[in-house]
Design a protein around this ligand. Structure first.
Ligand code: ZN
Length: 153
């Protein structure tokens, strides 16, 4: 069966950046399962998988706009150190939950100076060109319930 909208797809994948560093892989885990056409995975990968069948292997390069978006400078903010009282071992690379007008958003600490801390609310992979090596493991029709819910059961 071929991958099309409203099929349940299982893939194994390895994700690398331009430098060839592995960012994520399903190696040693269950395959990633998703409902094609539901936006459950990034659009660039969904598009590349359209029409593929079990056993197919493909290498896909996904530009940021079809992946996790461009890096938005507006999502980078400098916050006074005093706002971080009570957080132990504050360090670069730490993930925090920030309270904003839009609710709680995950942010990463990207710099620490004497009086200010820089936090970045961009997705960790925003602005990154993604190199996927994918193997299609299984394709089946989604149930009516899965289509209604928009996810795999
Ligand atoms: Zn459900």
């Amino acid at each position: 069966m071929q991958i099309a909208n409203n099929t349940i797809v299982e893939i194994h994948y390895t994700l690398k950046n331009d430098a060839g560093e592995t960012l994520d892989t399903s190696d040693g885990r269950e395959p990633l399962a998703f409902l094609q056409g539901s936006g459950g995975i990034i659009s660039g990968l969904e598009t590349a998988l359209e029409g593929k069948s079990p056993g197919d292997k493909l290498d896909v390069v996904v530009e940021p706009k079809d992946g996790y978006g461009e890096h938005q400078q507006a999502a980078v903010q400098q916050v006074p150190m005093s706002a971080f009282q009570g957080i132990e071992n504050l360090q670069v690379g730490m993930q925090l939950q920030a309270q904003t007008e839009r609710g709680t958003v995950p942010v990463m600490v990207t710099a620490i100076e004497d009086e200010t801390v820089t936090i970045d609310a961009n997705h960790a992979l925003a602005g990154v060109r993604l190199h996927f090596a994918v193997c299609v493991e299984n394709v089946r029709e989604a149930s009516a319930e899965e289509i209604a819910h928009g996810h795999v059961h």
